[in-house]
Design a protein around this ligand. Sequence first.
Ligand SMILES: O=C(O)CCC(=O)C(=O)O
Length: 302
Amino acid sequence: MLSQQQIAFYRENGYLVLEGHLTAGQLAPVRDALARLVAGAQGLAASDDVYDLEDSHRPDAPRVRRIKLPHRVDPAFDALMRSDAILGPVRDLVGPSLRLHTSKLNLKSAGYGAAVEWHQDWAFYPHSNDDILAVGVMLDDVGPENGPLLVLPGSHRGPILDHHADGRFCGAVDPAASGLDLADAVALTGPAGSISLHHVRLVHGSDLNRSARDRALLLYEITAADAWPIQGSLSQFGDLESYDSKLLCGEPTICPRMANVPVRLPKPGPEKGGSIYENQKGAGTRHFGIVEGTGKTTADAD
Ligand SMILES: O=C(O)CCC(=O)C(=O)O
């Protein structure tokens, strides 16, 4: 599905954007499912197994930050995940046998949608090899102004950075302390139906959505089937049967492929669990702005 040029670009830079990749017919069912889920947040008092709510959420004025595990919540997300439109490009980059790590739908609503601090997904779930990536499906038009994913090209070939603060894992890096040059950041944008693919070690983050346009990003995190989670990571590993039930295509294996990859365990675990938004509250410094309970926007920390 991908050209040799696109594959080479991904290997070099750690990301790829396929603009307008989904057809209208593929996009419509997932957008409809999202609208139903957002309507279902009316009256909710607190986050639960499906909804991760903004700090400024109120039951009578719902603010959803994330839908957790959307592929389990509505069949439309599951069907898209298993389609060739999603698995085709991943097979070209990772190989024929793929396993789902997890899925999530980050909403970043107009005017207040939360930022995600700079991080590497690898810091949360190191595996025996790093043939792992996240597919981001843009459910809205994404431009520079509505909180696009920002990536640092080539950073997937660098070290695993320090995601700890005060001796605990916080799921965020301090860009200055880590020597990151944020002037190199690239925004992954495109019309609704575009997809991005980013490598598990790529440094990325995203700003508050200060614009008047929603930005929903559906993420499928997918591993090579022979990448096994390292004990002590935040990955949930139960039993072999449930692990193998996450196979998306190809063959399962009980022989992990070991690669020479840098690993730093996310231990001791974060003070606040539940989602990356909660984990990152433990970060000493914040690069992006936050929205307080009133919905007021604070100035950027740096
Ligand atoms: O939604 C975003 O912009 C960032 C998502 C992300 O990096 C994450 O959830 O790990």
